[in-house]
Every structure is written in structure tokens, then in C-alpha cells.
Design a protein around this ligand. Structure first.
Ligand code: ADP
Length: 338
């Protein structure tokens, strides 16, 4: 039996125990009250009859005359009927509460079970992603160590490459940490801040990378006030700019646009790069998902975590993130704050 099933049965048993304790206590009180009332009623009835007979009948009143009212057998019969009815009601409550309790226990535990499943999946995905580069790194070092004729220059090259691999692994662990950070609510760190300032700061950080590919970033003109966590929104813009540069073409342009929309604010990041295939679009926000093309599958580009972090950030802000794209026609990522 799975842990979920055992926990569900235990929770049902607790629900049932509490309901039956309440129901049986009420039944005992009802039974007691009814029998007391019955006995009191028979005493009053007997007293009234005795009074009426005292004036009319010549036979002296005794223990046996008039006979006890109501008949003791009848009293026992009524008491038994009450007991049977209460047992029936309690039996029905037992089965009904059992079934409902089982259903409710399932409903209470499902989100927890889903969370545990999600965490297990996350751990296994993360270990899988870490395992491959670590194995590659280890075998490169082992081969170099076994090579008796390895020159100093070759050794330096191996070390340089290994450091680059370690850097990538460090980025992966940073991204994994970011993902787990956004599992928890961040609303207590919310404040009002200028979207324009945040965009400008993100552009400043990404400019050296953009310059390597001679990409121009055109920034926003209009300012808007946002209520949220300014650092995570900056992270989100950096992720979108990083992708726009990675998958953008040399000498291209990236445009950031902000606009007031209904009750909220919309931010778009558009590039004129390689674009995303229609079949990949619904999955790019999934953890570790990378579009399956030779152009994007390059370990140096990333591990498919950026957009899932971006989505978590927007979910934490009660906002949305979506993408439109065309192969070789560029991509536009739209973020909406409500
Ligand atoms: P990665 O680290 O691989 O960039 P992301 O989660 O940021 O991970 O993106 C997931 C995938 O979505 C990428 O591997 C890429 O295929 C695609 N993608 C994201 N942004 C863009 C973009 N601006 N242009 C083209 N493809 C993109």
C-alpha cells in the first residue's frame, strides 16, 4: 500500500472516530432524555387515574390496582424501539461519514501527494542533469592524469576546460536554487517600484553579452509602477534578455516595450532570432525543456531552466507569461502584471 493510501485511511479513521464519538454521545443523551420522559409520563398518567378512581370506585386502591401505566412490557418495547432506531441512525452515520471522510481525506491529501511527487521528480531531474556533466568532467581529468606524456600546455588546456565546465555546473546549481526559492510565496517582500528602472538595470547587465554578438537592445520609454519583488522581476527580464541574445542573430535587435493594459501593465521582449517551432512553444516553460534543434542544443546555452524560473516568478506575482514565435522570424515574450 502506498504512503498516500495509508495516510488516507488513517485520516479517514480519525474523521470517523471524531464523528462517531459526537454521534454516540448525542444518542446516549437522547436515549436517556427519552426514557426519563417516558417514565415521568407514566407516573403522571397513573397519578391522574388514581385520582379519578378514588372518587368513583369502591375497590380499595393497592399496588396492583390500578395496574401500572403504561404496561412495563410496553415501556420496554418502546425503549427497545428507540434503541434500535438510534442504532440504525448511528450505523447510517458510520457508513456515510466513512465514505465522505475517505473522499475528503483524498481531497486533503492530493495536493500534498502532488507536491511530494513534484519534488521527487525535481530531485531525479536535477540529479540526472548534474550526473552527465560531472561524469564527463571526471573522465576528462582521469584520461589526462593517466597520460604520461601530457605537456604543461596540454594540462593547462584541460584545467581551463574543466573550469569552464565547473562554471556551467555552478550556473545549473544557481538555477536549481532559484527554482526552489520560488516554490515558496514571496509576497512579503513585495513593494512598489519603477519598471523602467528595473528594465534599465537588466539591460545594463546584459549589454556586454549583447555586444559580443553586435546586438542592439532598445529599451522602454514609458515608466510604470509595479507592485512586486523588484529583484525577481529583474531576474525575469535578465532571463528573457539572455535568451533573446543566445537565440538572436548577430547584428540583430532586441526590443523591450512596456504598455498599460486594462488594469495591469504589459512588458514584451522581442528578438529577430532563430524563433521557436510551433510544437516546442507549449513546452518551453517546462523544467529542463530545450527545443530539440541542433541550433539550440548546446550545453553552453543552458539547461532549459530559465523560462521555468521566469514562469515561477510570474506565478508568484499573480501575473502571466506567454510567447509567440516563428521559425527564423524571431520571438516575442509577453509578461503581464495585474
Ligand atoms: P535555456 O537555458 O535552454 O535557454 P530556457 O528555459 O530559457 O532554457 O528556454 C527553453 C528553450 O526555449 C530553449 O532551449 C530554447 O530552445 C527556447 N527559447 C527560449 N527563448 C528563446 C528565444 N528568444 N528564441 C528562440 N528560442 C528560445
Amino acid at each position: 500500500m502506498s504512503i498516500f493510501q495509508t495516510a488516507r485511511l488513517k485520516l479517514t479513521a480519525w474523521y470517523l472516530l471524531i464523528i462517531m464519538l459526537v454521534s454516540l454521545s448525542f444518542s446516549a443523551v437522547i436515549y436517556r432524555a427519552l426514557t426519563i420522559e417516558l417514565e415521568r409520563m407514566s407516573r403522571i398518567q397513573r397519578y391522574r387515574i388514581e385520582n379519578r378512581l378514588r372518587d368513583t370506585v369502591v375497590i380499595p386502591l393497592s399496588e396492583n390496582f390500578p395496574p401500572p401505566l403504561p404496561d412495563p412490557e410496553l415501556l420496554l418495547y418502546v425503549k427497545n424501539r428507540i434503541l434500535t432506531m438510534l442504532a440504525l441512525v448511528n450505523g447510517s452515520i458510520f457508513f456515510l461519514a466513512g465514505a465522505l471522510g475517505y473522499l475528503l481525506a483524498g481531497r486533503t491529501l492530493t495536493p500534498i501527494a502532488d507536491m511530494v511527487d513534484e519534488q521527487n521528480r525535481f530531485i531525479s531531474d536535477a540529479s540526472h542533469e548534474l550526473r552527465t556533466p560531472l561524469t564527463a568532467l571526471k573522465s576528462t581529468m582521469e584520461v589526462s592524469l593517466r597520460d604520461k606524456h601530457l605537456s604543461l600546455a596540454e594540462a593547462r588546456t584541460v584545467i581551463k576546460e574543466s573550469i569552464a565546465d565547473v562554471d556551467t555546473l555552478q550556473r545549473l546549481s544557481d538555477s536549481l536554487l532559484s527554482l526552489t526559492r520560488y516554490q515558496k510565496p514571496i509576497t512579503n517582500s513585495f513593494e512598489k517600484f519603477s519598471l523602467r528602472d528595473t528594465v534599465v538595470s537588466a539591460i545594463k547587465q546584459m549589454t556586454p553579452l549583447a555586444e559580443e554578438k553586435h546586438i542592439t537592445i532598445t529599451g522602454p520609454v514609458v515608466d510604470h509602477t509595479i507592485f512586486g519583488n523588484r529583484y525577481s522581476i529583474r531576474d525575469l527580464i535578465v532571463i528573457l534578455l539572455d535568451n533573446a541574445i543566445k537565440y538572436g542573430k548577430n547584428n540583430g535587435t532586441i526590443n523591450i516595450h512596456t504598455e498599460k493594459k486594462d488594469k495591469g501593465v504589459m512588458l514584451t521582449v522581442s528578438d529577430d532570432g532563430i524563433g521557436i517551432a510551433k510544437k516546442d512553444l507549449p513546452r518551453i516553460f517546462d523544467r529542463f525543456y530545450r527545443a530539440d534543434t541542433a541550433r539550440t542544443k548546446n550545453a553552453k546555452n543552458g539547461y532549459g531552466l530559465g523560462l521555468s524560473i521566469a514562469k515561477k516568478i510570474m506565478t508568484a506575482h499573480n501575473g502571466t507569461i506567454s510567447a509567440t514565435s516563428k521559425i527564423n522570424g524571431g520571438s516575442t515574450f509577453t509578461v503581464t502584471f495585474v
